[in-house]
Design a protein around this ligand. Structure first.
Ligand code: C5P
Length: 210
């Protein structure tokens, strides 16, 4: 039972789950860069194999619902919210309680949408400065601009999925950062370097907004 609960978001049964290619490296690099810039950092992360920066307040979660709860319990006391996690957009409606036996027919899984955490944050009466991410396989800037509007974000960091040596599972990244008053391309670099540049951009925009 516990195992099912813990893997609730995309568990198929106690031993199998669906996931995506996110490693968490970008989020951890941003947490580190924000600490170096003098911020106090709450790091809420999903299942990763990384060691969190030691001076951050860390909450480890497994499911999208747990991440929602952890974010909502924290967000009212923060100035800036950076949503870098590749949260599962769906959960499997009814995970099997026991390991499924294989047979020769197709297996149908019903997926139901999870709550959008970032959207819930920006819908708060006094939302923090909100930064979203957009990983896209096509029409990168169009999708990112529409997300900036639709989710009422202050800033969005877009990255093209499928660029060799960049993005998911990689140690480097390339970001196109958009906000209401402008945009900037952060050329391909190690995620730590990209994170420092992004934190600088966020700090500048945040100060202008205040
Ligand atoms: O619409 P899409 O899921 O591509 O938007 C990505 C952004 O939304 C990211 O910043 C991600 O962290 C956030 N997100 C979220 N909760 C979800 C799904 C995505 O906060 N359930």
């Amino acid at each position: 039972d516990n195992q099912i609960d813990a893997l609730e978001c995309m568990a198929i049964d106690p031993v199998r789950y669906l996931s995506n290619r996110s490693s968490g490296k970008m989020g951890f690099a941003i947490a580190q860069a924000a600490l170096e810039a003098g911020a106090e950092v709450d790091l809420i992360h999903g299942p990763v194999v990384l060691t969190p920066p030691s001076r951050s307040r860390v909450t480890a979660v497994v499911s999208a619902q747990e991440m929602y709860d952890a974010v909502m319990a924290t967000v009212e006391s923060v100035d800036i919210f950076i949503a870098c996690a590749a949260v599962a957009d769906y959960r499997i409606e009814a995970p099997a309680q026991q390991k499924r036996k294989k047979d020769d027919v197709s297996l149908n899984l019903t997926l139901t949408p999870t709550r959008d955490i970032l959207l819930s944050v920006t819908a708060l009466p006094e939302p923090p400065f909100a930064v979203g991410f957009a990983a896209e396989t096509e029409n990168l800037l169009r999708h990112a601009r529409s997300k900036l509007e639709r989710k009422s974000l202050d800033m969005i960091a877009a990255n093209q999925v499928g660029v060799e040596g960049s993005g998911f599972e990689s140690s480097a990244n390339e970001l196109h950062v958009l906000w209401k008053g402008g945009e900037q391309v952060l050329a391909k670099a190690p995620k730590q370097a990209i994170a420092r540049q992004l934190v600088r951009l966020i700090a500048n925009c945040y100060c202008l907004r205040k």
